[in-house]
Design a binder for this molecule. Structure first.
Ligand code: URA
Length: 234
């Protein structure tokens, strides 16, 4: 047995708060009658659940950690360009999508799933999920530049960026590790530009508890481990 709102999320109908609204508005019917209680218990194999008169099927959620290569779009599909989904054609599960986006020329960790609720949690600005990037730059990143990045910089938005963490690269001055708790458009590139450097290479190496291991080659994917799922609260 599963709660009606969870059943709807798992079936890909929307996030937990979205499906609650659908339920309250009477758009969800269970066994031929409207059900306005998100907490109502559903027997997945037996009960018939309709949203706007369309039947929903219980869906198994799947979670894949993908090493995105450069030159690939973080979109589900594109008419002319290669997308991350093209690399996961053999991965079991329906309705996969990437959790957030990396620029076309950015490499690294991308989570793909069909779990809308998890995606919502990881991307919610209020949750401040940490993302760490390996950044190479055209000029050396000085300690003063790192301090500015750590304090937060004006990148032309209404608000300065939130405080970030930095770590120098060992044996290389032109770059750093940068850990952010937000996900603004081109944020790393714009932050580095604001302190006087251009990004020449960008790779996401971690997101929350997920870490991209060296052994996962570019263009490859693997399922999340039970431990990773536990740490993500799934
Ligand atoms: N910041 C960027 O500038 N690009 C990315 O792809 C991710 C973060």
């Amino acid at each position: 047995m599963v709660r009606l709102d969870k059943f709807l999320c798992d079936a890909g109908a929307g996030t937990r708060s979205e499906v609650k609204k659908y339920i309250k508005k009477g758009r969800v019917w269970v066994n031929g009658v409207p059900c306005k209680k998100p907490e109502c218990k559903i027997e997945e194999q037996r009960d018939e659940v309709l949203l706007d008169q369309k039947r929903l099927c219980a869906q198994k959620n799947v979670y894949y950690l993908f090493h995105k290569p450069s030159g690939v779009l973080s979109a589900s599909r594109d008419a002319s360009q290669k997308t991350v989904l093209d690399f996961l054609k053999d991965a079991p599960g329906k309705h996969l999508f990437p959790v957030g986006r990396l620029d076309k020329d950015t490499e690294g960790l991308l989570l793909l799933t069909n779990d809308g609720a998890l995606a919502h949690r990881l991307l919610s600005p209020a949750r401040h999920v940490e993302k760490t990037y390996l950044v190479h730059t055209d000029v050396p990143v000085t300690q003063q530049m790192r301090l500015r990045l750590e304090e937060g910089v004006d990148i032309g938005d209404k608000k300065r960026t939130l405080p970030a963490r930095t770590k120098p690269l060992s044996g290389k001055d032109n770059g750093l590790y940068l850990t952010l708790t937000e996900g603004r458009f081109h944020q790393v590139k714009r932050m580095l530009f604001a302190v006087g450097a251009r990004v020449t290479y960008l790779k996401r190496v971690s997101m929350g508890p997920l870490i991209l291991e060296d052994s996962l080659k570019k263009g490859s994917w693997r399922e999340l481990t039970e431990q990773e799922k536990k740490e993500l609260g799934i």
